[in-house]
Design a protein around this ligand. Sequence first.
Ligand code: PHE
Length: 338
Amino acid sequence: MSLPEQILAIQSAALEQVTTVGSVRDLEDWRVRYLGRKGELAGAISQLGAVSSDERRAAGQAANGAKAALQEAHSAKLAELKVSAKQDNALDVTLPGIAPVVGGLHLTRHTLYEIIRIFTGMGFTVFETNEVESDEYNFGLLNLPPDHPARDMWDTMYVSDDVVLRTHTSPGQIRAMRQFNPEPLRVILPGKCHRYEAVDASHESMFYQVEGLAVGEGITLASLKGVFEAFAQQMFGSDRKVRFRGSYFPFTEPSVEIDITCNCLGAGCAVCKGTGWLEVSGGGMVHPTVVRNGGYDPDIVSGFAFGMGVERNAMLRHGIDDIRHFYANDLRFLKQFA
Ligand code: PHE
């Protein structure tokens, strides 16, 4: 066989064999065998000097052609193997990674934890009670007998005639007192509340409240003011002040609305509508009837209570103007706080 014929034979043997290669490692063996420095093609080329000049010219051309054909076969095979490796889900360390999606706390939960952290720091414990309540606990024992006109303050979702979705966390006051009496108590009652309400920028039919309750000897409205001021300063900023405005709740006497100073300090902004004050909570001294319903003697002990909206706290802290954002499940909103 002449040298050009030998080279063509190497080429066709190599091209035939490459079709059977099934892995990158086999392909490398194939490359070393035919295209390597000591491979078959190099072996044939090393004989160029030993043949006649005509044969050398033909052999040179054949060698160039063979080399190009084998290199092309090599890269085609390599690409093919990579595609099938991807289809087999094999790890391709050259691909960029996929970052796992990390979840975060919902703004309501985050705010609730913050409130809990502040009050537990002042010696309050968390006491969780029923979300579905009897009419008696939600109203009756809170000094709101059936047909009491003040029941209209809460638009109520009824489960049945005498079972409701709690409209506020205040029924937990009775449950906590009945569990703790006659010991003094300091608790906060966080939880979900429901109201049969037309939804708008400041009203949701489902929202969270945190109730605070302290019962013991010598507790006064000044105790409530001190506790609330400490809360407001940790929650909203150390320069915040608290004021009470007279109000009415059947289960507190006297009753107050609790305001804190606005960020703008009275300069007049949209959040406080220029008044300089923000209403954050209802509260007051626990009504003697309610103290008695909790199993304590109102001649010996007194108590303060307050109830505030968790979403409202978050809205005031972050300048959110619409409570409907909270449960619309729009990630563009939620991710800002996660
Ligand atoms: N429960 C009242 C409400 O939801 C708030 C409140 C709680 C007022 C405790 C006084 C004392 O409106």
